[in-house]
Design a protein around this ligand. Sequence first.
Ligand SMILES: [Zn+2]
Length: 379
Amino acid sequence: MLRLSYKFRLYPNKTHLQKLESTLELCRELYNSALLHRISAWQKARYHVTYTEQANSLVEIKQVRPEFEEVHSQVLQDVLRRLDKNFRAFFRRLKMGEKPGFPRFKGRNWYKSFCYPQSGWQFLSDRKIQISKIGIIRVKRHRNFPEGARLKTLTLKKEIDRWYAIVSFEIPDRKDKVPIRNAVGIDVGIDAFATLSDGAKIENPRYLGRTESKLAEAQRVFSRKRKGTKAREKAMVRVAKIHRKIVNQRRDFLHKVSRYLVDTYDLIAFEDLKIKNMMQNGNLAKSIGDCSWGRFLQYIAYKAESAGKHAIGVAPRGTSQNCSNCGARVPKLLSDRVHICNKCHIVLDRDINASRNILRLGTSLLGLSPGEAPCVSWE
Ligand SMILES: [Zn+2]
């Protein structure tokens, strides 16, 4: 069972906005008072309040404060569950001898979402979502759920001036895999975003670079403003908005590329970056993070899983240093961009050589010989 989530932009009208804001505020209030309740019960009587006790008291709270009737009861329960989770994490870490921070009261800027854990919402179409106690809100569902997906929870999240719906869902494991008619190895890199064993290169999109330089400029402006001024606050919001744009653009790019690969190939082999991270120095590890390769490979893995295709991570040992044609070792530095084999005299782009090695390792892990996966014999 694979658990995933998609994030969609919401377009609430004024009435919706009021309800979203007031729900968020009531949730925050509930969180803080439930936290206070736990703290004082402990201080006064060394009594440990449980989730169930707090959930049972919701009925009374609604009698005294009828505005809480305006919030879906599961949303309120989820607030208390969140608090309970934070406490459990705190005690668990305490037990392990760490020095965890005690669960904190949440200020306005530290409480940004609430969640419908099981029910109370449904999509009416790609454009409309019905949410209990809030209304029917316009949504941009720009991506379809994978086949067989079971929708689980809905989280409504505020990011600066926008609201998003984050829908988590499960896809059951598929036992029937498609037969492998073609296969590809992928080398993720610094020059190109990715290089494929059939020689194709996937470049980093230009718009990302443009937004990134805008971000750098906005950060410069922000750092020049005096602390505590309105202008500084405004500059900070601008930085946050551009940052959000970059995150969204990157995610869209990763979704598009991974979708293309899974649609096109039956077997996709890539380097297991967890191992790679341990092997390389800090600087490269940083750029790995920057390029969001880990997330990219995750996208490939789950899209392949739900399509019944094969995604295989291989240990990166030797993928860049060995000759993909004859297996001879051809030592090179990071700066050597071309693979020149002294033994078989093949000359290849460094990353293409690596991606071919990755493909070979991937197919051998599956127990296939090159002949069984047609694209593996590329010569
Ligand atoms: Zn060679």
